[in-house]
Design a protein around this ligand. Structure first.
Ligand code: FDA
Length: 310
């Protein structure tokens, strides 16, 4: 079943022992396995990779990894790190675009704290011309994520957008709502294991939903981001945009750092806008495990790398 490996790797991602082991080997050397998907543990490493990517003609969004914090102090600390990231990006001259998660900024502590933390980030971000994308987490957070987003939108923040997941049955309605606001949507398939009541369970259903939401967003959305590595869906997007005579600056493709670099190069070579999601930070383990869950064959290169390093 489509979600089986996601559930398996999600369960593993809760293991403290595995996390300790991965933390020991995952980033230790320039060849360590986690570096395939993660720029490094420091801002400086992320900026270095960002420069290399920019030289290849891609756009960027930087993500300071972290999620599921349970205290106001941790949320404040993550907020401070994002504000510092904004300063470092400005000083470095790389592109001004960041992604973040609300559970990193205290939405589990309380919503008001999270909104305050978002404003602490959005104010300097707006001053310096940044765009800030809110990632979408698992379905218990869909409502609250959209509510926080709309609260900020009502407060006239316009340098924000949000991700929506094609796998969720509700997403058709959420897309319509965000189109009506004029907000920018990143369309993804959805990285989390979800119950059948909430989400499609088979790849074919998720792909079909993605295809129809992609069309809706290209027709009526505001600068949508089509975020997938799925070649047939990328081809469909290209064909649909051509059919609709849509200029190439009216939407963008997005992909994750380290995945399908061949397609990345083709898109850039063909003159499309492509943004790479570039994650960094010490809290890389859950993000890394989601990447394994999407493609269990990735486990092979991890095991080979560990054996080599020992
Ligand atoms: P699918 O999983 O069907 O894979 C299609 C093909 O892509 C595979 O056959 C393989 O070639 C390649 N591929 C996919 N994943 C791979 C991997 N891990 N390793 C190697 N190859 C792989 N999710 C979410 O829930 N909330 C969010 O906010 C975001 N944000 C986000 C931003 C960006 C820029 C991207 C590209 C993706 C996300 N995602 C996300 C993740 C998304 O939901 C989804 O889990 C992954 O993109 C994998 O799905 P694909 O669309 O690539 O299709």
């Amino acid at each position: 079943m489509y979600g089986g490996s996601k559930a398996f790797f999600y369960a593993l991602s809760r293991s403290a022992a595995l996390k300790r082991l991965a933390s020991k080997y995952g980033m230790a050397t320039p060849d360590s396995f986690a570096r395939r998907f993660i720029a490094g543990e420091t801002i400086e490493e992320a900026i270095r990779d960002a420069r290399l990517l920019q030289e290849r003609g891609v756009l960027l969004t930087l993500d300071y990894l972290g999620e599921s914090v349970s205290t106001a102090e941790e949320a404040t600390e993550a907020t401070r790190e994002y504000v510092r990231l904004i300063d470092v990006i400005v000083a470095s001259g790389i592109e001004r675009n960041i992604s973040l998660k609300l559970t990193q900024l205290g939405v589990d502590v309380d919503r008001a704290t999270c909104v305050d933390n978002m404003r602490r980030i959005l104010d300097p971000a707006a001053r310096h011309g940044f765009f800030v994308r809110i990632d979408m987490e698992n379905s218990p957070y869909t409502d609250v994520t959209l509510e926080v987003f709309e609260t900020l939108w009502q407060q006239e923040y316009r340098n924000i957008g949000v991700a929506l997941q094609a796998a969720l049955r509700r997403t058709g309605q959420d897309v319509q709502r965000l189109i009506a606001l004029g907000a920018r949507v990143r369309l993804v398939k959805g990285a989390y294991k979800e119950p059948p009541t909430v989400a499609f369970q088979h790849k074919a259903e998720v792909d079909e939903a993605f295809r129809s939401l992609m069309r809706l967003l290209l027709d009526r959305g505001t600068y949508p981001a089509i975020a997938t590595h799925d070649e047939p869906l990328i081809d469909d997007t290209r064909a649909f945009a051509t059919d609709r005579n849509l200029a190439r600056d009216r939407f963008e493709f997005q992909m994750l750092y380290g995945i399908r670099r061949d397609i990345q190069a083709t898109l850039v070579g063909d003159g499309y806008r492509l943004r790479i999601y570039l994650p960094f930070g010490r809290q890389w383990f859950p993000y890394f495990m989601r990447r394994l869950g999407e493609r269990p064959a990735n486990l092979g290169f991890v095991l080979r790398a560990v054996v080599k390093e020992r």
